[in-house]
Design a protein. Sequence first.
Length: 112
Amino acid sequence: VVPVQLHAVKLRRRGFNQAQVLAAHAGRALALPVRPLLQRPDATLPQWKFGREQRAARLLRAFLAPAPDAVRGRAVLLVDDVCTSGGTLEGCARALKAAGAEWVGAYVLARG
């Protein structure tokens, strides 16, 4: 179980990562380990400010999965709080697949 990562600046401002909280609950319910394997090296503006195509382009390289040994050949459940266009989940899934994940699924609390 892998939560969508916030950029460090946003995490400090907010004080917690809501996706991490949801991932912890999902991990307990599924008896699976929760690992924050994604990094978000660049701060991006909130995606709701952009159209669908702009969101997708902006998020293609917004996430990194720097620990390929942790995901290589594994199934990964990606967890986020809200899915609007799917751009964030797509960017995360691309990073995880590039690191060797065999399968990436997603769980979100809300869709909007």
